[in-house]
Design a protein around this ligand. Structure first.
Ligand SMILES: *Cc1c(COP(=O)(O)O)cnc(C)c1O
Length: 380
């Protein structure tokens, strides 16, 4: 038996209250009991999304809400704009293509954030673009996008602004309404401290205007049907009842903590992690736009990145994430989102130091742990 530490950018660990809330007899979803819970979570989500608009709960992983956003806003032959600077940004164009929707793509170097002016240029050049698809926190590179700046641009355009905040929501600031975000998409297993299986999305009035004029091909992810049900605090299909109950518990914890405290906590964990990596002589993938939800670190010369991640997991029970696609073996990623706390990060850094030492990387043992502790002490 080995104690396990989950430090991946989804799934993330769960607070005991959230875990236990799921160990209850199943109730039926077309009942006043469930409606009351569903009403509470839909209202609670608005607080986390920082929106006055409806928030939908979908039974799928986060990608389901991404697909729902694409197919409800655009149809075959329409044009949309997508931004891709990593694996998840690429997903927007992949979904569009699967439905015969033309995706104009802004390619961003992995590890960098998009320059909002690029989006402005594209929107000016093609006023027919129905929606712009972006990513708040690009989990594959640990980069945060300046959604506020993009929102200012999108406000003056016809196009709806859609943000994938699957890993960002509940970890870093996401002012859906104030920043002019029309559809914000999230998922359960990252900052929201839930098991995988639920997706969430907010929909603005501007987005509804586009959705109403769209001949959507969706059936399961039809937002008009979802809205009709939501107006009665109901769902079009059987919801993941147990996960909705867990969501109620997670939202209770988050609302008690308060959004500002949650963001401050994530920032402190991120700063500690980044400082620790530098103290170990390691280089961050993102210099200017490093996310406070997950840190991507370059694997040092001569070290086998995949072996590093595997050894930490198999020998010591500490699961971090490796790199994806073109970054496979080149980076590792330490998550600091949701129910990941200071001592988890210390454990992760400690284990990283141990395995790096065993693999022959030269540095001052304890330098990373010390640097992180110093950051944490400043926050006391
Ligand atoms: C995890 C993640 C996704 C995919 O979510 P699934 O729940 O695996 O479908 C999409 N975008 C971002 C930014 C993510 O972090």
């Amino acid at each position: 038996m080995k104690k396990k530490y989950l430090l991946t950018p989804g799934p993330t660990p769960l607070p005991p209250e959230v875990l236990l809330s799921q160990a209850q007899p199943i109730i039926h979803h077309r009942t006043p009991d469930f409606q009351e819970i569903f009403k509470e979570v839909c209202e609670g989500l608005k607080v986390i999304f920082q929106t006055a608009n409806d928030c939908f709960v979908l039974t799928s992983s986060g990608t389901g809400a991404m697909e729902a956003a694409v197919v409800n806003l655009a149809s075959k032959g329409d044009t949309v704009l997508t931004v891709q600077g990593g694996k998840f940004g690429e997903r927007w164009a992949e979904i569009a293509k699967a439905y015969g929707i033309n995706a104009e793509v802004i390619d961003v170097e992995w590890g960098q954030a998009v320059d909002p002016k690029e989006i402005e240029k594209k929107l000016k050049a093609n006023p027919k673009i129905k929606a712009v698809f972006t990513t708040l926190c690009e989990t594959s590179t640990g980069v945060t996008t300046d959604i506020q700046a993009i929102g200012k641009i999108a406000k003056g355009a016809q196009a709806a602004l859609v943000v994938d905040a699957i890993s960002g929501l509940g970890a870093i600031d996401m002012k859906t309404d104030a920043w002019g975000v029309d559809i914000c998409v999230s998922g359960s297993q990252k900052g929201l401290m839930l098991p995988p299986g639920l997706a969430f999305m907010s929909v603005s009035k501007k987005a509804w205007g586009i959705i109403d004029g769209n001949k959507a091909a969706a059936y399961y992810f039809n937002l008009k049907a979802a809205k009709k049900a939501l107006d009665k605090f109901d769902t079009a299909f059987t919801p993941a009842i147990t996960l909705v109950i867990a969501l109620k518990e997670a939202l209770k914890i988050m609302r008690k903590d308060g959004l500002e405290n949650i963001f401050t906590r994530h920032k402190r964990l991120a700063v500690a992690t980044r400082t620790a990596m530098k103290a170990l002589g390691l280089e961050l993938l993102s210099v200017d736009a490093a996310s406070d939800a997950v840190t991507a670190v370059r694997v040092p010369e001569g070290i086998d990145g995949e072996k590093l991640v595997k050894t930490m997991r198999d020998q010591y029970g500490v699961t971090i994430a490796g790199g994806q696609a073109q970054l496979k073996g080149k980076i590792f990623r330490i998550a600091h989102m949701g129910f990941i706390e200071e001592l988890d990060i210390i454990a992760g850094i400690c284990c990283l130091e141990k395995v790096l030492t065993q693999m022959g990387y030269k540095f001052e043992l304890g330098a990373g742990v010390r640097a992180a502790e110093e950051v944490f002490l400043q926050g006391e």
